[in-house]
Design a protein around this ligand. Structure first.
Ligand SMILES: Nc1ncnc2c1ncn2[C@@H]1O[C@H](COP(=O)(O)OP(=O)(O)OP(=O)(O)O)[C@@H](O)[C@H]1O
Ligand SMILES: [Mg+2]
Length: 243
C-alpha cells in the first residue's frame, strides 16, 4: 500500500530524569496516501505529539518518521523548515491567521515564505475550493469562525502538500459549522486525493474519516475502518476517555 507518512517505532520523551514524560511509546503506523485518518484518545494520550512528530514539527526521541519516503531524522533544521513550509499543511483549533493580511494574502503566505511568487490562478482555485471566492479582499476579523477556518484550510492546501494535518480543526466551531468544515476536508480527500490526518475529540468528526487510530498512554491501542459515530463513541468510552 502507498503510504504518505510512515512512523517506525517512534518514541517521544519530554524532560529528563524523574520528571520525564513518555508521550509516545514505540508507535509504528503507516498513513495511507489519499486517505483520511482520524486520531482519537483521552486527553494526554499523545495525539498532538503524534501529529507534531509525523509532520516534522517536532523530532522523536527515537524511531524513524518517513514523509513521502524521506527519512526526517536525517534532515537538518533548514531542510525541516522547508519541508514544513512546502510539503505539509497544518490546520489548528485556533485558526492562526494574520489579522492585518487579507484572506488572499493569508492563503498566499506559505508560497511567499517559500520564495515563490503566488500564482493568481492557484490562489483563486483554492479560495473557490473552500467556498471563499468572493472574500479574497476581506480581513479575518470580517469573517465568521467557520470562514476563518476555511481560510486556514486554503492556506494549508495552497502548496499542494503531501499531507494536511489538523489538530482539532473543528474544536472551536459550533456543531453546524464544524459539519461544513468536515465536509470540506472529506471533499479534498475524495476529489483532490489529498491525504488528511486529523486529531479530534468528536466521534462525529472521526466518523468522517476512513480510519480511526486510537491512542492511549502513548500507544496505538486500536484501529477502526469505516467508522460510525456510535462505534467511535463506544470505543472511546471503553478507553475511559469520558470518565
Ligand atoms: N512540551 C512538553 N513538555 C513536557 N511534557 C509534554 C509536552 N508536550 C506534551 N507533554 C506531555 O506529553 C503527554 C502527551 O501530550 P499531548 O499534548 O500529545 O496529548 P494530547 O493527546 O494531544 O492531549 P489533549 O487531548 O489534551 O490535547 C502529556 O502527558 C503531556 O503532558
Ligand atoms: Mg492535543
Amino acid at each position: 500500500m502507498d503510504e504518505a507518512v510512515v512512523l517506525d517505532a517512534v518514541s517521544k520523551v519530554y524532560g529528563k530524569g524523574g520528571g520525564a514524560v513518555a508521550a509516545l511509546r514505540e508507535v509504528s503506523v503507516g498513513l495511507p496516501r489519499g486517505g483520511f485518518t482520524a486520531v482519537m484518545g483521552p486527553s494526554g494520550s499523545g495525539k498532538s505529539t503524534f501529529l507534531h512528530c509525523a509532520a516534522g514539527l517536532d523530532r522523536p526521541t527515537s524511531g524513524v518518521v518517513r514523509l513521502g519516503g524521506q527519512d526526517l531524522s536525517g534532515m537538518n533544521e533548514t531542510a525541516l523548515t522547508r519541508l514544513r513550509r512546502e510539503r505539509v499543511g497544518f490546520v489548528f483549533q485556533a485558526f492562526n491567521l494574520v489579522p492585518s493580511l487579507t484572506v488572499a494574502q493569508n492563503v498566499a503566505l506559505p508560497l511567499k515564505l517559500a520564495g515563490s511568487r503566488p500564482d493568481r490562478a492557484r490562489l483563486a482555485e483554492v479560495l473557490e475550493r473552500v467556498g471563499l471566492a468572493g472574500r479574497a479582499g476581506h480581513r479575518p476579523a470580517e469573517l465568521s469562525g467557520g470562514q476563518q477556518q476555511r481560510v486556514a484550510i486554503a492556506r494549508a492546501l495552497v502548496t499542494g502538500p503531501e499531507v494536511v494535518f489538523g489538530d482539532e480543526p473543528t474544536g472551536a466551531l459550533d456543531t453546524v459549522t464544524a459539519r461544513d468544515v468536515l465536509a470540506l476536508l472529506r471533499g479534498v480527500v475524495d476529489e483532490l486525493g489529498q491525504t488528511v490526518v486529523m486529531v479530534t475529540h468528536d466521534p462525529v468528526a472521526a466518523a468522517c474519516a476512513d480510519t480511526v487510530l486510537y491512542l492511549a498512554d502513548g500507544r496505538i491501542v486500536d484501529t477502526m475502518s469505516a467508522p460510525t459515530a456510535a462505534g467511535v463513541a463506544d470505543r472511546m468510552t471503553r478507553l475511559g476517555a469520558y470518565a
